[in-house]
Design a binder for this molecule. Structure first.
Ligand code: DGL
Length: 283
């Protein structure tokens, strides 16, 4: 059995890389739904159906647990799948399987509070706000998941979400870095104008953006802390495995990379991030 990692494309590699470093002995299967990427501008029901199909593929390939290394799938599809599909599917398979997302761990890291925590609303006026910018796909922005969940926990954090409609697609296609830098600078400028100053911290709320995190760092004021979503996910998963020893993660340290799209070597942008050429197999 193995840990499955799912994304619409190459963005989830940023999470995969950190998970592999944290669980080096586990077997991993990565699935990129490149036939349907990007997800960020698709209708919600399509995202749910595509995410479910991706999970089914990963379970069929031997995963016991699937990490949705995609904010769009986590924000739009995860709860629906956990509530309406997974219980019956688990019974059908007759073995422990689960699907986990990456937004809860990111919110825990951003607020310093565990998921179970609900802030006490005392109605005090908060004098000093910590301004957090979230860069994400249009669907993640529209879901307002970061605003809603952070607001439940911390009244001293104000969230400003900036949709970046073209960015995941550009990264997926391996666009030149100059073009990516220009697009990112525009988004940073737009959110800063909206806030009226630069944000104090930022979340790269689309796993594709992690691949060009250096370009976000360059566009934001020097030293602006970025909440590291892959690290937050690895930490949360380690805690999850302690509570759930029933999941068989394998011990062979195997790594498979599957795509619903065109098999072969990924773009130079991915190669630069990965540190070596990366070849995907067809599903
Ligand atoms: N990398 C994904 C995310 O974190 C999906 C991007 C997309 O397909 O639009 O949202």
């Amino acid at each position: 059995m193995a840990i499955g990692v799912f994304d619409s494309g190459v963005g989830g590699l940023s999470v995969h890389r950190t998970l592999v470093a944290r669980f080096p002995q586990a077997d991993f299967i990565y699935l990129a739904d490149q036939a349907n990427t990007p997800y960020g501008g698709r209708p919600g029901e399509e995202i749910v159906a595509l995410t479910r199909a991706g999970c089914e593929r990963l379970f069929a390939a031997g995963a016991s647990l699937v990490v949705l290394a995609c904010n769009t799938a986590s924000g739009i599809a995860l709860r629906r799948l956990q509530q309406t599909w997974l219980p019956a599917y688990r019974r059908e398979l007759g073995r422990p399987v689960n699907v986990l997302g990456i937004i809860v761990p990111t919110i825990e890291a951003a607020t310093g509070l565990p998921w179970e925590h609900e802030a006490e609303r005392r109605g005090d006026k908060v004098e000093k706000l910590d301004i957090l910018a979230v860069f994400s796909t249009p669907q993640t922005t529209a879901s307002r998941v970061y605003e809603i969940e952070i607001d439940k926990r911390r009244q001293d954090v104000a969230v400003f979400s900036q949709p970046c409609p073209e960015l995941a697609g550009m990264i997926e296609q391996g666009a030149p870095r100059e073009a990516l830098a220009a697009a990112i600078a525009e988004h940073v400028k737009a959110v800063s104008q909206w806030i009226g100053r630069s944000p104090d911290r930022a979340i790269l709320g689309c796993t594709h953006y992690e691949i060009v995190a250096d370009l976000f760092r360059a566009a934001l004021p020097p030293g602006t802390p970025l909440i590291h979503q892959p690290q937050a996910t690895a930490d949360a998963l380690a805690r999850y495995f302690e509570r759930h020893p029933e999941y068989d993660l394998g011990t062979g340290a195997t790594r498979r990379f599957l795509t619903t799209g065109r098999p072969g070597v990924q773009s130079g942008l991915v190669e630069a991030f990965w540190g070596a050429p990366l070849r995907f197999e067809g599903t």
